[in-house]
Design a protein around this ligand. Structure first.
Ligand SMILES: Cc1cc2nc3c(=O)[nH]c(=O)nc-3n(C[C@H](O)[C@H](O)[C@H](O)COP(=O)(O)OP(=O)(O)OC[C@H]3O[C@@H](n4cnc5c(N)ncnc54)[C@H](O)[C@@H]3O)c2cc1C
Length: 536
C-alpha cells in the first residue's frame, strides 16, 4: 500500500530527528518521522543501563534554538543521568507538538531513489511504502549495538543483558554473581554503578580505557544561573571550538615545549576540573607520540595512586594506543571499584574468552556467574545506514559504494544519492564533538539548503563526484596528521569484524568545519549540483 506523499521523510526521532522535524515544519513542509523505538530520544531512549549519564557537561548539552526552551530547563547534575535526558527530549517533543508527525515502532528497511520521479521511496518493516522528495537520515552514529559475537554466547543459562537495550523495569543484581564483558564508556559507567550492589563482579577486559573523573555532583545554582545568563555566548563559543565543549580550554602551547613541571601542573588542574576539560590541553597532544606520552604517564600514575593492588593497576593502564585516540571515558569512581573485595579484573587481552552454560572461560580458568552484561559498543557511524537498503542513481547500493569505507561530501551528502542528507555522517566532526553542537549545525545547514532550493525553484541536489573525491582525500589527510589512526578504535571501524579500517570522522575541529560548510554555501553551494525536475 502506498501512503500519501510527503515532502520530506526523516528517519530517527533522537536529538537530530526532533530538531530536523521542527525546522522543516517551519518551512511549511509536510514531513513524517519514522522511528523504530516506542518513544523519542534515540540514544537516551535506548541506553538506560545503570549509571548511564552524560560524559560531556549537562549545561552544554541541550538545544540552543529556542529561548523559551532554554528557560524551561535546568539540569540537576553536572553530568545528568539518562532518565533526565530522556525526559528533556520528551519535553521538547511535547512543547513543540512534534509527536503528531512521528510514527513510532516503525523500522525503515529500504530507501530507493526513483530517478523518474526524483523522489525517495521508503519501505518499512510493516511493508508500507512512503514517498518523499527529501530523505534525511537522522539514524544516529551510535544506534546499532555490536552483535554479541563471543563463541558459546547462546549456551549461557543465566540472565543476559546488553547496556544498549536495558530492560525498562531495571535489573535487581543484589547478591548475584555478575560478569561484565567490555570496558568502554558504557561498561565503565555500569561497572561503577552496580559494583556496590552485586554479590561478586568479574570484569573481562580485552583493552583497558583511559578514564578521567567527572567529579559529578548536584548542579551548583551559581553555575546554573551563570549558564542561563550566558547561554548564547557560550553556545557561540562552542560553535567555534574544536570539540564544541567550552570547559575544554584550548591553549596554543606545545607539550614538548613546556617544562615538565608546568605540564604536570596543567594536567593536575584539568584532572581536578574533570571530564573533557582535558581536550585542547596542548596543540601536539594528538599529533606526536612524545607529547601524548606525557599525558599517558600522568594518567598511569593516577591509576597507580588509586588502585591498591599493583598488579591490577598495571592491567588497567592502556599501553597499546595513544590517549584520546579512542574515546576517553569519564567516570565516577571507576578505578576505585577495583579496591573492592567483590570485584575481580580478568585480563583477557591474550586469551580470547568463550561463554559456557555456567559463565565465562578465559584460558584454563572458568568463572561462574548468574548474569552476564555485555557492553560491546556500537557499529559506529555507518551501522544504522548499512542496515537500510539505500539505493541511489542506477540502483547503486550505498553499502556497495561504501565497501572500502564511507565516502561523503562534508559528511552531509553522497554523490549518486540526490536529496539524501545525513546528520552527523562520516566525514563530519560528529562523534569527536559535543554532539548537540554538531547536530544543530547539520540540521540548520540541511534546512537552509532545502529552503534555498525552494527559493531557486530547484528540487534536486546532489554532491558531485569531484567534490566528494576531494573531501574524502581531505578527511584522510587530516586524520593522517593525527594519532587517531594508531588505535584499533570504533572511530576506525576496527571493533567490527570485516568493517573497513578507515578513520571516519573529520578531525580538524567543529569550528574549522563549520567555516568550510559556510564557505561552500557562500560560493553558491560549491561542489553540489542543483537542478529542477520540472525543467528536465
Ligand atoms: C551511552 C551513550 C552516551 C552518550 N553520551 C554523550 C554525551 O555525554 N555527550 C554527547 O555529546 N554525546 C553523547 N552520546 C552521543 C549521542 O548519540 C548524541 O549525543 C545524540 O544523542 C545523537 O542523537 P541522534 O538523533 O543523532 O542519534 P540517536 O540518538 O542515536 O537517534 C537515532 C534514532 O534513529 C532510530 N533509527 C535508526 N535506524 C532506524 C531505522 N532503520 N528505522 C527507524 N528508526 C531508526 C534509532 O532507533 C534512534 O532512535 C552518547 C552516546 C551513547 C550511546
Amino acid at each position: 500500500m502506498t501512503q500519501p506523499e510527503y515532502e520530506a521523510i526523516i528517519i530517527g526521532a533522537g536529538m537530530s530527528g526532533l530538531y530536523q522535524l521542527h525546522r522543516l515544519r517551519q518551512l511549511g513542509m509536510k514531513v513524517l518521522v519514522l522511528e523504530a523505538a516506542t518513544g523519542v530520544g534515540g540514544t537516551w531512549y535506548w541506553n538506560r543501563y545503570p549509571g548511564a549519564r552524560f560524559d560531556s557537561e549537562s549545561y552544554s548539552y541541550g538545544y540552543s534554538w529556542s529561548p523559551e526552551l532554554l528557560q524551561d530547563w535546568d539540569w540537576s547534575e553536572h553530568f545528568a543521568p539518562q532518565p533526565e535526558t530522556e525526559r528533556y527530549l520528551n519535553h521538547v517533543a511535547d512543547r513543540f507538538d512534534l509527536r503528531r508527525d512521528i510514527r513510532f515502532e516503525t523500522r525503515v528497511t529500504s530507501a530507493v531513489f526513483d530517478e523518474a520521479a526524483h523522489r525517495w521511496l521508503v519501505t518499512t518493516n510493516t511493508g508500507e511504502q512512503i514517498s518523499a522528495r527529501y530523505c534525511v537520515m537522522a539514524t544516529g552514529c551510535l544506534s546499532v549495538p555490536k552483535a554479541i559475537d563471543i563463541p558459546g554466547a547462546d549456551t549461557f543459562r543465566g540472565e543476559v543483558y546488553r547496556t544498549s537495550d536495558w530492560p525498562r523495569e531495571g535489573v535487581d543484581f543484589r547478591g548475584k554473581r555478575v560478569g561484565v564483558v567490555g570496558t568502554g564508556s558504557s561498561a565503565v559507567q555500569t561497572i561503577t554503578e552496580i559494583a556496590p550492589h552485586v554479590g561478586s563482579l568479574h570484569i573481562f577486559q580485552r583493552t583497558p580505557s583511559f578514564s578521567i573523573p567527572a567529579h559529578n555532583g548536584p548542579a551548583n545554582p551559581d553555575v546554573v544561573r551563570d549558564w542561563r545568563a550566558n547561554r548564547e555566548s557560550r553556545r557561540q563559543a562552542e560553535r567555534d571550538h574544536p570539540i564544541g565543549i567550552v570547559a575544554a580550554v584550548v591553549t596554543e602551547k606545545l607539550a614538548m615545549e613546556t617544562p615538565a613541571e608546568e605540564r604536570n601542573r596543567e594536567y593536575e588542574q584539568r584532572w581536578a576540573k574533570g571530564g573533557f576539560a582535558i581536550g585542547g590541553v596542548y596543540m601536539d597532544f594528538l599529533v606526536t607520540k612524545e607529547a601524548n606520552d606525557t599525558f599517558v604517564d600522568f594518567l598511569a600514575e593516577k591509576v597507580r595512586g588509586i588502585v591498591k593492588d599493583p598488579e591490577t593497576a598495571e592491567k588497567l593502564i592502556p599501553r597499546t594506543y595513544p590517549v584520546g585516540s579512542k574515546r576517553i571515558c569519564v567516570d565516577t569512581g571507576y578505578f576505585e571499584v577495583f579496591n573492592r573485595d567483590n570485584v575481580t579484573l580478568v585480563d583477557v587481552s591474550r586469551t580470547p574468552i568463550t561463554v559456557t552454560p555456567q559463565g565465562v572461560k578465559a584460558g584454563e580458568a572458568e568463572y561462574e556467574v548468574d548474569c552476564l552484561v555485555y557492553a560491546l559498543g556500537f557499529d559506529a557511524m555507518t551501522g544504522a545506514l548499512d542496515r537500510i537498503d539505500i539505493r541511489g542513481r542506477g540502483g547503486i547500493a550505498l553499502k556497495d559504494k561504501w565497501g572500502a569505507g564511507p565516502r561523503t561530501y562534508l559528511g552531509l551528502m553522497v554523490a549518486g544519492f540526490p536529496n539524501l542528507f545525513v546528520v552527523t555522517g562520516p566525514g563530519s566532526p560528529s562523534v569527536l564533538s559535543n554532539m548537540v553542537v554538531s547536530i544543530e549545525q547539520h540540521v540548520d545547514w540541511i534546512s537552509d539548503c532545502i529552503a534555498t532550493m525552494g527559493e531557486r525553484q530547484m528540487d534536486v541536489i546532489e554532491a558531485t563526484e569531484a567534490a566528494e573525491e576531494m573531501w574524502v582525500a581531505h578527511v584522510n589527510e587530516v586524520a593522517g596528521m593525527t594519532l587517531y589512526p594508531q588505535a584499533a578504535s570504533w572511530y576506525m571501524g576496527a571493533n567490527v569484524p570485516g568493517k573497513p579500517r578507515i578513520f571516519m570522522p573529520y578531525a580538524a575541529g567543529v569550528g574549522v568545519y563549520r567555516q568550510l560548510c559556510n564557505d561552500v554555501v557562500a560560493k553558491g553551494y560549491e561542489g553540489f549540483a542543483m537542478s529542477s525536475s520540472a525543467r528536465r
